[in-house]
Design a protein around this ligand. Sequence first.
Ligand code: CP3
Length: 342
Amino acid sequence: MLQNDLLLRTLRGETTERTPVWMMRQAGRYLPEYMVLREKYGFFERCQTPELACEITLQPVDIVGVDAAILFSDILVVPQAMGLEVQLIESKGPFLPDPVKTAKDLTRVRVPDVHETLGYVMDAIKLIKQELNGRVPLIGFAGAPWTLLCYMVQGKGSKTFDEAKAFCYTQPELAHQLLQMITDTTIAYLKAQVKAGADTVQIFDSWGGLLSPHDFETFSLKYIRQIVAAVKEEVPTIIFAKGAWHSLDSMAATGAHGLGIDWCIKPEMARQFAGNNVTLQGNFDPAKLLSPIPVIQKEVKDMLRAFGPGRHIANLGHGILPNVPVDHARAFVDAVKEFRHA
Ligand code: CP3
């Protein structure tokens, strides 16, 4: 039994006494307690050791007081499980030394048994659920197929992911094969997370907004739709496709319970596009957490009023930045928790 189920009730469309709040990438580098563990262990070591993943997952719950925990892991453990080498390079980000460029490269990629390759994630989830002891729900997650393809083809981060796009536009058959393999892996992976105890799942399509509305349907939403259909009867499901506000209507039509939005769209506009049968999540500018605390407090109120009561989860419009002071993160969370709609 959960003591605080505000997030789940809001996703199901129930009215709650106040708006729930969590922050994307809340388990990470702005927390000094995380930095201590970062000194001692490598990134994937932290992901693969259930005790460490558990400790890091719980940090923002204990330190900042969010209404949900999100599993400490990374979207790139899926390409790893599918057979690609993934490194995380200090101050540079993800690096895949042998990305997928040709049909021959694709023969190195497989749809794995997720229990064999990612069993450590399910072990972490079981441990986290035990340690949370019902305080708040646990969010499981995976990357959207398009965002994972971006890294699997480009081999590293990019502002444009032009090589990933060129792959899709010049070798569409190969691209669709790869996207379907990622989709099949992700469905099995999210179902396993739910079985292990995840209370809800979020699909991160961080680079969905790089595609035109038409290409977003072709290379991203087509696959997200399959994932949502496979898990939405089991747990509430959230899609966060950064920048893809043009497709809020078709994302709502997938039957997802929640849709994440970034700070570049007005809440009232997002509501108009998404309709009334879905919960919106967002959309505070992550850099705004660098403002003085009174400014954060005022802008949180403005945001909550703009979304109105019900069907809203307060969050940032993208991940928290590493240089945000912890007391600013806490001020954001507290301002949401103190607010009541008239
Ligand atoms: O939300 C959470 O706190 C849970 C853990 C989580 C991480 N990554 C831990 C992490 C989640 C949900 C992610 C998702 C993720 N990973 C996304 C989608 C969300 C987004 O921000 O767009 C993406 C695109 C990635 C890929 C990735 N992993 C990048 C680009 C980087 C390097 C740059 C960065 O943002 O840190 C990572 C590394 C990573 N993943 C770190 C953490 C805490 C930093 C590792 C470190 O240096 O300690």
